[in-house]
Design a protein around this ligand. Structure first.
Ligand code: GCO
Length: 447
């Protein structure tokens, strides 16, 4: 791998460069860390089913144990607190609290999340709760999953019950994490659960994800819930691989598919016309009133940023041609892309508050003498925090930054082969060890 983008001497960013109110955090998700897949009444999710086909996962693993966070909650809460973060972003496992996705609630499941939010509060850490981070109850998938419009009401019922039980102890509530991933990777390319390969279904799923988001926001607000509500989107600045007209056109379309397909309905109340035209008969079925329902006022948008993308009509573009180092995911390390993305969103939309809800990288992370000297990840985080600051100086209202991820975890189709954590997890012993990047983040937050 090439030289990291900055050496240690250039670590110049300081906590005091940011407002005192800025929210520094770390992020995880339920399926990726909890384990306890068949414990205390949890029902199967589509990712449990997806992992039952070994070929779907690079190392033929699954989430039944993961980091065993479910059984190590207090230890992990102490670990989070030791970092000095102000907030912790996590998600609720829908099948853990409602095994069938409708009907009976699982009290043992809610008990775990009660202990989680109480434990955070006892440690002075704010809870940033995500309702859906991809682990749909399999029983709902058996009825069509996100392609069945009925799911919107099921999600809304689930969302309201979670807020009724936990809302008094959380700082914010996010409906969905990365609807593009759920829709496209789960239903068009099929590399993620539930593994379908149908573009029409994929875009109908995307519509139902946004519709369920809008329905949930309206219903939660009707409960007189006053905390900020939002949604988290994976976004990248997308560039043409060349100035050839076909590459420029593809970049515009790809921007429509990844960024505008979600930002426009949420903030402008309509799907982008160029993508609708490109979809043709695969465009989603939209009922009267749907778009107004989706465009409920947002208190925040979460932006998950990892890298920039290039569009090449001939599909011959090679990421190595940037000359920049790559992470273990093969993603280019390009911190300025975060500034470029944020300032573009700021220019094109009337943005609510913005949180960087995920940013991080997978690196080799060799453990030597019981330590992981992940200088590449440390430099990545520094440079992206600096890029966030640059965007803020240009007027973007960024309120917080969450490292992806607190700890190494189940990286979906990559299994446990890719490590994103600032805390190392030994999957044989489940021992947690702070990496150099965690020690740096800790020192930054003490600043
Ligand atoms: C995502 C998911 C995370 C991933 C992370 C690295 O943004 O894709 O929220 O669950 O693990 O992004 O791929």
């Amino acid at each position: 791998m090439g030289k990291v983008s900055s050496d240690i001497q250039s670590l110049v960013i300081k906590k005091s460069d940011f407002p005192a109110s800025f929210t520094w955090g770390v992020a995880t998700s339920s399926f990726q860390i909890e384990g306890a897949g068949q414990q205390d009444g949890r029902g199967p999710s589509i990712w449990d089913t997806f992992c039952e086909t070994p070929a779907h996962i690079a190392d033929q693993s699954n989430g039944l144990v993961a980091c065993d966070h479910y059984n190590r909650l207090d230890e992990d809460l102490d670990l989070i607190a030791s970092l000095g973060v102000k907030a912790y972003r996590f998600s609720i496992s829908w099948p853990r609290v409602q095994p069938l996705g409708q009907g009976a609630w699982n009290e043992a499941g809610f008990d775990f999340y009660e202990r989680l939010v109480d434990g955070l509060r006892q440690r002075g850490i704010e809870a940033f709760l995500t309702l859906y981070h991809w682990d749909l109850p399999q029983a709902l998938q058996d009825q069509g999953g996100w392609n069945n419009r009925d799911i919107c009401q099921h999600f809304c019922n689930y969302a309201c019950e979670v807020v009724r039980r936990l809302g008094d102890r959380v700082a914010t509530v996010c409906t969905h994490n990365e609807p593009w991933v759920v829709s496209i990777l789960g239903h068009e390319t099929g590399i993620f659960a539930p593994g379908l390969k149908d573009r029409k279904i994929a875009y109908q799923v995307g519509h139902h994800l946004l519709l369920s988001h809008g329905m949930a926001l309206q219903a939660i607000r009707a409960m007189s819930f006053q905390k900020p509500l939002g949604i988290v989107l994976n976004q990248s600045p997308i560039y043409p691989a060349s100035q050839a007209p076909e590459d420029v056109a593809k970049a515009r379309l790809d921007d429509g598919i990844v960024v505008r397909w979600y930002m426009d309905p949420l903030l402008k109340g309509a799907y982008p016309a160029d993508v609708i035209e490109w979809l043709g008969d695969d465009a989603p079925e939209v009922h009267a009133g749907d778009m107004a329902q989706i465009a409920q006022p947002l208190d925040f948008i979460g932006v998950n940023y990892y890298t920039r993308n290039f569009s090449c009509a001939s599909q011959t573009w090679d990421v190595a041609s940037t000359g920049n180092p790559l992470t273990e995911m093969g993603w280019e390390i390009y911190a300025p892309g975060l500034t470029e993305l944020l300032t573009r969103l700021h220019a094109d939309y009337t943005l609510p508050a913005v949180y960087i809800t995920e940013n991080g990288g997978a690196f080799k992370d060799p453990m030597v003498n019981g330590q992981v000297d992940d200088q590449d990840r440390l430099a990545y985080l520094h440079d992206h925090i600096q890029a966030t600051h640059t965007a803020m100086a240009q007027g973007v209202d960024v309120r917080g930054y969450f490292v992806w991820s607190l700890m190494d975890n189940f990286e979906w189709a990559s299994g446990y082969e890719k490590r994103f954590g600032i805390v190392h997890v030994d999957y044989a012993s489940l021992r947690r060890t702070l990496k150099q990047s965690a020690l740096w983040y800790q020192s930054l937050l003490k600043g």
